[in-house]
Design a protein around this ligand. Structure first.
Ligand SMILES: [Zn+2]
Length: 204
């Protein structure tokens, strides 16, 4: 009924949902069961304007068969999977290895859309080498593991290299580091990493 890429097969879901509860029962609860009701499963989008606690409870029971089981399972919100995630720091001895265990998912406190962070989650990943990158959106393809939106911190290995540079080199270092941290998002993630690798190699 749903894919790992967030797509919901609404027709299939509607058919099974109606079959599970029966249309009459749903109508008694005030739910519009007409085939052309586009809002029936908007509950899955978590928009406050269509928030319906009854539908939430019905969906939980439909998907888990038991509310008790749902609460006991203590589901975790893991839009980026369980990890560990890749370190994307070419200076790190664990470059491209799944060693990153620190992940912070900030809640974006937007009044109109309080669940926006669920729909478009942002993750900040930090390796023990100090390299920290952020990305938004869930993993949809294998290539997404190599994707970042921004480098939040280059970490101590880069900092050490920075302090060995002369005054004029430092400005260039900063400019390049800034550019690589948030530009080139249109590039294939691997090609973008190659630019970062080339930058690190140029400092040696
Ligand atoms: Zn690292």
């Amino acid at each position: 009924m749903a894919t790992t890429y967030d797509w919901v097969h609404k027709e299939d879901l509607r058919r099974r949902f109606f079959s599970y509860y029966g249309r009459e029962f749903l109508e008694v609860l005030g739910i519009d069961v007409s085939e052309d009701n586009p809002l029936l499963f908007e509950v899955l989008q978590l928009f406050p304007r269509v928030f319906d606690p009854v539908m939430h409870l019905l969906m939980i029971r439909f998907l888990n068969h038991s509310l008790e089981k749902f609460w006991k399972n203590n589901f975790l919100y893991q839009p980026f999977g369980k990890g560990p995630w890749l370190c994307l720091n070419p200076a790190c001895e664990n470059y491209l290895q799944p060693v990153v265990t620190k992940l912070v998912i900030p809640e974006k406190g937007h009044r109109e859309v309080p669940y926006a962070y669920l729909e478009h989650p942002q993750g900040i990943f930090e390796c023990n080498c100090g390299f920290k990158y952020s990305r938004s959106g869930t993993y949809r393809t294998e290539l997404d593991m190599y994707q970042f939106d921004r480098i939040e911190s280059y970490g101590q290995l880069w900092e050490e290299k920075y302090f060995t540079c002369g005054e004029t080199q430092r400005q260039k270092f900063q400019d390049t580091a800034f550019k690589l941290s948030c530009s080139y998002s249109w590039l294939n993630p691997r090609n973008r990493l190659r630019k970062l690798e080339a930058f690190w190699q140029s400092l040696k």
